[in-house]
Write a protein that binds this ligand. Structure first.
Ligand code: FAD
Length: 300
């Protein structure tokens, strides 16, 4: 790779390994017009704000800007003095070292940090998101569906309580299991445990990526009599019939239908669709190690 695009990647790499001193970063580049910043951070989430704070210490608040859509309490999280760009990023142009926002602005940078997170991708599963209109199905990954999980728990009478882990990168590898353990505790406390067959269908081949924790979790799973099925990927929800269809990832095409009394669906996730985030061949910008985009980092 050569040219400005390569330069961008090299810059990111250097920032990430913290080999750039403040002097190296301070080039005196003009930012008076507020359309250029030494460090531009895209995305004001956990990763973006963390990097904003670190970059402020390195190059000074006046040289840093962050895009953050929304208002209210959000402004409290931006370190003082850092420019808050209240707009959505619609296009990246690494060849020109600039980005475009939805209010028509072009903003250039010397160093770019991409921390746009990932988005929920309901459409990957047949029957969703429209299936959420039915009861007995919820998902803690969206404000629109999180309360449905609680309702499904409260309404639970007897049958399968099914929890899923998708076949995509996820934001929190523990969260799909957390809700299962919480549900199991709730069933015990409310006298419903003996009526609940708790199933965790995961697309992964292990309960957790780190052996130490996987061993501890296996112990809990055994103690609490939970059923874990590996390499099972949710591909369809027939919410009107309370059925979930899983594909065996080891045997593509082989499916299993499970009836549920309650289903917690962990959303499939996808990269944020910003123009320019993809290269000419359709691949996403390469996984250079310091990007804060969860898509590359994988499970947190
Ligand atoms: C239910 C749940 C439970 C979790 N539990 C834990 C936990 O216990 N421990 C843990 O460590 N992690 C947990 N996580 C994961 C953690 O929240 C994420 O890993 C983390 O927030 C990722 O940070 P990020 O900066 O990459 O993305 P985000 O925090 O999602 O930030 C991305 C930001 O970019 C913005 N954005 C997106 N597109 C654009 C655009 N085009 N223009 C401008 N801005 C844009 C978004 O609005 C957002 O503010 C959990 C996640 C979920 C969903």
């Amino acid at each position: 790779m050569s040219g400005p695009r390569a330069q961008l990647f090299a810059c990111l790499l250097r920032l990430g390994t913290q080999q750039v001193s403040p002097l190296q970063l301070h080039t005196g580049a003009s930012h008076a017009a507020r359309n250029h910043y030494e460090v531009l951070v895209l995305g004001g989430g956990s990763g973006g704000i963390t990097m904003v704070a670190r970059m402020k210490r390195k190059v000074g608040a006046e040289n840093v800007a962050v895009t953050l859509v929304g208002a209210g309490a959000k402004q409290l999280v931006i370190p003082s003095g850092v420019e808050w760009i209240k707009a959505r990023v619609v296009e990246l142009n690494p060849d020109k070292s600039c980005i475009h926002t939805d209010n028509g602005k072009e903003i250039s940078y010397q160093y770019l940090i991409i921390a746009l997170g990932i988005q929920l991708d309901y459409e990957k599963i047949k029957g969703l998101p429209e299936g959420f209109a039915h009861p007995k199905i919820g998902s803690n990954y969206s404000v629109k569906t999180v309360e449905k999980t609680w309702k499904a728990l409260q309404d639970f009478k007897e049958g399968n309580a099914v929890f899923t882990f998708p076949n995509t990168p996820v934001e929190c590898a523990g969260a799909p299991q957390k809700i299962m353990y919480l549900s199991e505790a709730y069933f015990r406390e409310t006298g419903k445990r003996s009526k609940a067959n708790i199933i965790f269908n995961t697309s992964l081949g292990a309960i957790f990526g780190v052996k130490k924790y996987a061993d501890a979790l296996q112990e809990i799973i055994r103690e609490r009599n939970l059923t874990v099925n590996y390499k099972q990927n949710l591909i369809e929800v027939r919410a009107n019939k309370q059925e979930a269809v899983f594909e065996n990832l080891d045997k593509p095409g082989e499916t299993q239908v499970i009836s549920y009394e309650m289903l917690h669906q962990h959303e499939d996730l996808a990269p944020i669709p910003v123009k320019g985030f993809f290269m000419d061949n359709g691949d996403q910008i390469p996984p250079f190690p310091v990007t804060l985009n969860s898509h590359y980092v994988g499970s947190s």
